[in-house]
Design a protein. Structure first.
Length: 308
């Protein structure tokens, strides 16, 4: 992750990179390249290497190992690491670089803003850009997009439109992965433990959901932290989590109880409200689901030779 960012940043100036045949400018302010150890052979890696401060660098470390330091930050990258960073003119000190290969995307801040905006990038483009590095691990979606990019870049006949499309898809998954990683890292170990306890308390009685205020007081966090942290850690809101588990329990109860009994057991005083919630979760009404469950149950008994 880091390595890639680094490698991209370590890789000389923009003008020098454009001279390399393995770097392709897809549009003004957006360039992609495959950068390897061989591309550094003409550089003096014993001396600090300047980075390009006009671009945000996104890297995907494909193979090998890369190690460097920048602004007192250690960068150790292996296959499968990804990163995104803005060097702001900081010097890179290469410490180790085995036979690595790295996909690097260089994009100007204004171009990245127009493509992805702040919500996906997590960058406040209204403020002056400052040094940052974010790192993570590649996802399955990223690896699939990466394979398409490498295939298109290594073909003798290049297809700019296809490559541009593949890069945009890859950018989405890269930024989305880092956004998720950064969100989870934002929570301390103590906060994560509190949120796990909150989830256990939330699901301890599916017939009666505690209020956000009650849940926050129980685990010792404020309501804002509870709601935001819960979404970051579990990928869903407090209420959505409760409803999902509630409907899973409803499906189990319907195997042995009618719709009214199931609704009452789960704390519903209005059967239509229960039916609406169930249909939202499973796409069918609970009475239809029960008929299917009963049919499956009787069929299984028949197959086993059990008479009811």
């Amino acid at each position: 992750m880091l390595a890639e960012d680094e490698q991209g940043c370590v890789g000389s100036s923009m003008s020098e990179q454009n001279e390399m045949s393995n770097f392709i400018e897809l549009q003004t302010g957006l360039t992609v390249g495959l950068f390897s150890r061989a591309d550094m052979e003409h550089m003096d890696t014993k001396s600090p290497l300047p980075s390009n401060k006009d671009y945000i660098h996104l890297n995907h470390f494909i193979q090998g190992h890369f190690s460097a330091t920048v602004k007192d930050k250690n960068l150790n990258c292996d296959s499968g690491y990804i990163n995104m960073g803005f060097s702001d003119g900081e010097m890179f000190h290469v410490e180790d670089s085995d036979d690595f290969c790295n996909l690097e995307i260089m994009v100007r801040p204004e171009v990245l803003h127009s493509l992805a905006g702040e919500e996906l990038t997590g960058i406040n483009f209204d403020k002056e850009m400052e040094f940052f590095i974010r790192q993570g691990r590649s996802s399955q979606q990223m690896n699939s997009a990466l394979s398409r990019i490498i295939s298109l870049m290594t073909q003798q006949l290049k297809h700019p439109l296809l490559l541009h499309s593949a890069i945009l898809e890859y950018l989405y998954w890269h930024l989305n992965t880092l956004k998720t990683t950064v969100s989870k890292e934002f929570l301390s170990t103590r906060e994560k433990r509190q949120l796990v306890v909150a989830k256990d308390c939330l699901l301890s009685d599916l017939s009666c959901a505690p209020t956000i205020a009650e849940l926050a007081k129980t685990v010792g966090v404020n309501q804002c932290k509870l709601k935001k942290g819960f979404k970051e850690l579990f990928g869903t809101s407090v209420y959505a989590c409760f409803q999902e588990e509630r409907m899973k329990r409803a499906m189990e109860l319907l195997k042995h109880h009618n719709v009214t009994e199931t609704a009452v057991a789960l704390g519903y005083s209005n059967i239509s409200h229960f039916s609406t919630a169930f249909r939202k979760q499973y796409g069918v009404l609970p009475n239809n689901a029960r008929r299917e469950l009963m049919y499956d149950f009787k069929f299984n008994q028949y197959e086993l030779g059990i008479n009811s």
